[in-house]
Structure formats: structure tokens, C-alpha cells
Write a protein that binds this ligand. Structure first.
Ligand code: ATR
Length: 289
């Protein structure tokens, strides 16, 4: 029986959710519940904000079968991987999980859909772009950068160049991922841009409307694609500069929406309905529409 028929949840409802600290401003509940409603599913997606020092206790309690699965966001992604019994290659390579599935036998499976979200957003907003054709530059060396490296390598990127203010952090990623990943400091960036196919801002620069990374985007080939993981504002200063140069751009909101798709499929066993425009909903929440 669907929840549309009953006007609410039945005893057979599938429950999933998202946890983070803070979780108040997460867009995931709005996105997943819009899909649930549009598909007429007997299901719910709820937010959780466990105390930071009790994250593991919170997760252990869910082994009992309380819910089907959980998205995990800042600051728990690394601890989510650690608490799981099994993990996908992507989660292991990224060193972080944004998706936990609670199996019927009490085990926990970890996955990471942030990287696939990046690739999905590129496919949607820069159709035809070939990740394997040219080197990729990632600006930043934090958790967001790490997840991107794993997915880009699996997608066939010939080289990933990590450029970071703190060179040592970029060096750690290069050491972890091996010969295809190189580390550089900001002074080396201009020389690295000239043959780059993809430039990704994985720093927090530009968040809230400030200036983005100081990369000289005019040095990139005319067909390079520029990506910003920051989505507040949607049109960051970095993306505006890229657009002014005529480069194709990919925004952080599309990444956020795309990472939600495999999560929804894992929770509810079907692809999200296309009858609801979740991007419009999210833009509204962001005050962009
Ligand atoms: P996340 O998990 O979201 O990636 P993070 O681990 O805090 O967050 O990483 C933030 C990234 O933004 C880092 O690469 C950081 O550079 P440092 O490693 O040198 O700290 C980068 N970043 C933040 N503020 C920056 C600034 N003002 N200039 C240059 N890089 C900055």
C-alpha cells in the first residue's frame, strides 16, 4: 500500500535519513522527501544530529534494524567509514563514507556517492566531456578533494594535480593515491593550467559570496570545464570568471543533487522520479529562485 493511499506512513514504511552536526540546514531531507512524495512511496527520510562524541553509539544502535540506511555529512564521514563492516572501493579510496546501509544480518556497508555525484554533474552540465582526455586540477586537499580524486581516477583521468595552499596536505594525497596524482603549491599553478581539461574548486573559497581561488583561468584551454563544489551562492565568483571567459561550468548544487541519486536507489530500491524538479526546490531553499 502506498503512503499516498493512506495519507501517511504504514507499518511497512521504509525509513532512511541523514546525520551530521549541524544538520538543520541540510537539503537532503527536502530532496529525498520530494522524491518519495512524487513516487508515492510508503517511506520517510529524516534528519539526525547525534552528539559529536556519541556518533559511534548512535550508529551501533541502528544495527538492530531501525532504519534501512543513512547519509552521513560533516563532520562524520571518516568515522562513518571506520564504523562500517564492509566498504566499496570508492569509500575506501576516499577515506570517507557519505552512505551507510544497514543490512538485515546486522552488518553495516559503507559507500561514497560524492565522487559519482561530481561525475554525474559533469555529465549533466558539460555533456560529452571526456574525463580521460586531459589532466585534472583540483584546488584544495581536504575531504572534498579526496573524494573527487578517487572517483576521477576510477573514471580514467590520466593525471590529477592537487594544488593546495598547504603543500604538505596535497603531498599526503599524492602519496595515498600513487603516481597518477601529483602535488603542487599555488606558485606552480599557472604552468599546470595550460593543458588541463578540468579545474575543480574543492576549497571553501567563495562560500558566502567571497572571492574564489586565485587561479588564472584564462590560461586553460578554451574547451576546459570549470567546476565549483561551493554552491552558496550558486554562481560563485570562480564560476562567474570562468563563464566570462566562455568556459563551460558545472555548479556545486548539481553535484549535491547527483550524489543523492544513488543513495535514494540504495534506500528505496528504485530510481528517483523525474516528475519533480528537485533542482528548483533546492534553488528556492538557497534563496536563488
Ligand atoms: P573539506 O573537507 O570540505 O575539503 P577541509 O578539509 O577543511 O574541508 O579543506 C578545506 C580546503 O580549502 C583545504 O584545501 C584548505 O587549504 P589548506 O589545506 O591549506 O588549509 C583550503 N582553503 C581554505 N581556506 C583557504 C584560503 N583562504 N586560501 C587557500 N586555501 C584555502
Amino acid at each position: 500500500m502506498s503512503s499516498q493511499m493512506t495519507g501517511g506512513l504504514t507499518g511497512a514504511a521504509i525509513v532512511a535519513g541523514v546525520c551530521g552536526a549541524p544538520i538543520k540546514h541540510s537539503m537532503s531531507p527536502v530532496i529525498h522527501n520530494a522524491w518519495i512524495q512524487a513516487a508515492g512511496l510508503d517511506a520517510a527520510y529524516v534528519p539526525f544530529a547525534p552528539a559529536e562524541d556519541r556518533f559511534e553509539a548512535f550508529i551501533e544502535g541502528l544495527r538492530g534494524g531501525a532504519i534501512r540506511g543513512l547519509n552521513v555529512t560533516i563532520p562524520f564521514k571518516e568515522r562513518a567509514l571506520a564504523v562500517a563492516d564492509t566498504a566499496s572501493d570508492l569509500a575506501r579510496m576516499a577515506g570517507a563514507a557519505n552512505l551507510l546501509i544497514f543490512e538485515a544480518d546486522g552488518t553495516i556497508r559503507a559507500d561514497n556517492t560524492d565522487g559519482p555525484g561530481l561525475l554525474g554533474a559533469i555529465a549533466a552540465q558539460a555533456p560529452g566531456f571526456d574525463v580521460s582526455a586531459a589532466p585534472v586540477i583540483i584546488l584544495g586537499a581536504g575531504g572534498a578533494a579526496r573524494g573527487a580524486v578517487a572517483a576521477l581516477l576510477l573514471a580514467g583521468a590520466p593525471q590529477v594535480r592537487i594544488v593546495n595552499r598547504t603543500l604538505a596536505r596535497a603531498g599526503e594525497l599524492a602519496t595515498t593515491f600513487g603516481a597518477k596524482v601529483i602535488a603542487a603549491d599555488e606558485a606552480a599553478l599557472p604552468g599546470l593550467l595550460t593543458d588541463a581539461g578540468l579545474v575543480i574548486n574543492a576549497t571553501s573559497l567563495g562560500l558566502g559570496g567571497g572571492d574564489g581561488p586565485a587561479a588564472s583561468l584564462e590560461l586553460t584551454p578554451a574547451d576546459a570545464v570549470i567546476v565549483d563544489m561551493v554552491y552558496k551562492p550558486l554562481r560563485t565568483e570562480f564560476l562567474q570568471r570562468a563563464q566570462a571567459l566562455g568556459r563551460r561550468t558545472v555548479d556545486g548544487l548539481e553535484m549535491l543533487l547527483r550524489q543523492a541519486v544513488p543513495s535514494f536507489e540504495a534506500f528505496y530500491g528504485q530510481t528517483p522520479p523525474t516528475t519533480v524538479d528537485v533542482r528548483r526546490l533546492a534553488l528556492h531553499l538557497l534563496g536563488e529562485a
